[in-house]
Design a protein around this ligand. Structure first.
Ligand code: HEC
Length: 426
């Protein structure tokens, strides 16, 4: 029997470990689907120890300056090869795929597009003589152009956007979680399927009286590719909730939410459509919940489970106590990234990832909530970091949505995308 060298065995063990930690394929049961290959090259993160990780809860790639995509010619070629493989796919494997499948890849690539647009305009790569490296600029432009071509083929029609699945409804139909928080089983998660019901017990609100979705800090952090709405449910129901908001503002924020109040932060996809515009969709990407149970609140977070949704299973996954925080979301601001802490910026990762050597070192998501929200909500709705804010009911969803779309539509990254998607492919 030939014996394996210890080195080879170690190599296989490392590879196996890497395979289990790396993201599972989403678009096919087996690895190797061109869509998965493309997504992976942007979303998989290799720690300096060799640990491979893909955050299943993130909606943007783990890169800040994206150096490796712009500076490293050999890596850039690999990325281009994966983009080309998708560009070559026939209509049956692109435009004709189901709207949910297209949306998932489109949204994940859109986050990459926006990131590359930003780094190119704000942090151009310099060469040894401190001049802008023109090769890096050309590489970035090539990636942006190819991404735009693929994204355009994945766009949805207006009818498809309206008919997208709503994870809250799916989980209600599947009877997976109760609709309400139950203090008797306080650790049990709940999923309020009536959150967007305009006559139901949940009242949407924002800190400004004009039409607004409310989640302004979250939306600007992720450059308005999703809408974040805020919802409040006091124990007495809708009328009590509406009067609470009025009294809270009248009392200049010096009023605590009644114990038992539930607060929700709902994230839904904004979708680029075939007509070249943007639409708000019912497609839920995450849901964060706080139940005011002084002296210590209960908190829950769910995010989209892409693979399970596409397979017809539960669309949302509940985060456990061990889930790392989402370094691509506002949550990242709860971590002090000390200027003196050792980090490795060589590849241009996000500051949090560059700082930790292993995924186990990254702070936990559910442990982060208290840093902005206190032990109990009391009068601190809207998180602490933005300072005290007033709160107004937002009954007109359509106007609030239009206000968010307007911000994105006038952004430089959307203007660039609109220009590139209109170019003819050579
Ligand atoms: C870095 C600070 C920060 C962290 C960490 C954070 N939040 Fe928030 N949260 C905010 C801000 C700011 C808002 C107000 C909405 C906005 O402006 O986007 C908010 C709003 C909310 C709301 C809507 C109710 C309200 O207070 O207006 C809920 C529910 C919520 N967050 C849940 C959570 C949960 C659950 C966690 C932990 C997984 C968490 N948050 C972590 C800053 C934070």
């Amino acid at each position: 029997m030939p014996r394996r060298s210890p080195c080879l065995t170690l190599g296989i063990v490392v590879l196996l470990a890497a395979a289990t930690l790396a993201g599972e394929p989403i678009f096919d049961a087996r690895p190797g689907h061109p869509w998965d290959q493309l997504r992976d090259i942007f979303y998989i993160r290799r720690f300096s120890t060799g640990e491979v990780f893909e955050d299943p809860h993130a909606f943007a790639p783990p890169w800040q300056e994206c150096y490796v995509f712009r500076r490293d010619a050999a890596f850039h070629e690999q990325v281009v090869a994966r983009l080309e493989a998708v560009e070559r796919l026939p209509t049956s494997r692109m435009e004709d795929q189901s709207p949910s499948r297209r949306l998932i890849l489109l949204k994940d690539l859109w986050a990459v597009f926006d990131r590359l647009e930003m780094v190119d305009s704000r942090w151009p790569v310099k060469n040894d003589r401190q001049e802008v490296d023109l090769k890096a600029v050309a590489r970035t432009e090539e990636l942006l152009r190819r991404l735009a071509r693929i994204m355009r083929r994945l766009e949805l029609t207006d009818e498809e956007v309206a008919a997208l699945p709503n994870a809250l409804q799916i989980s209600a139909d599947q009877n997976l979680h109760p609709k309400m928080f139950d203090p008797a089983t306080a650790d049990k998660a709940f999923l309020p399927s009536d959150l967007l019901d305009t006559n139901g017990p949940w009242v949407a609100y924002a800190s400004e009286p004009e039409p607004s979705a409310g989640g302004t800090a979250h939306m600007s952090f992720i450059r308005h590719r999703s809408i974040f709405t805020l919802h409040l449910r006091t124990p007495g129901g809708r009328d009590e909730g509406e009067s609470f908001l009025q009294e809270y503002t009248k009392a200049n924020r010096k009023k605590d939410v009644p114990p038992g109040t539930m607060l929700a932060l709902l994230r839904r996809s904004i979708v680029p459509t075939r007509s070249g515009s943007l639409r708000v969709s019912p497609f839920v990407e995450s849901l964060q919940l706080i139940v005011a149970t002084p002296p210590e609140d209960h908190r829950f977070k769910f995010t989209l489970d892409r693979k399970s949704l596409l397979a017809g299973g539960p669309a949302l996954k509940r985060l456990g106590p061990e889930s790392p925080l989402d370094h691509t979301n506002l949550e990242a601001l709860s971590v002090d990234v000390h200027p003196n802490s050792p980090r490795n910026y060589d590849n241009g990762e996000t500051a949090i990832l560059a700082r930790y050597r292993s995924v186990n070192e990254v702070p936990r998501s559910l442990a982060s909530c208290v840093r902005c929200h206190f032990e109990t909500t009391g009068s601190n709705i809207f998180g602490l970091m933005t300072g005290p804010r007033l709160a107004y009911a937002q009954p007109d969803f359509e106007k609030a949505e239009a206000a968010v779309l307007k911000v994105k539509a006038s952004s430089p990254e959307w203007k660039l995308y609109s220009r590139l998607r209109a170019e003819k492919s050579e």
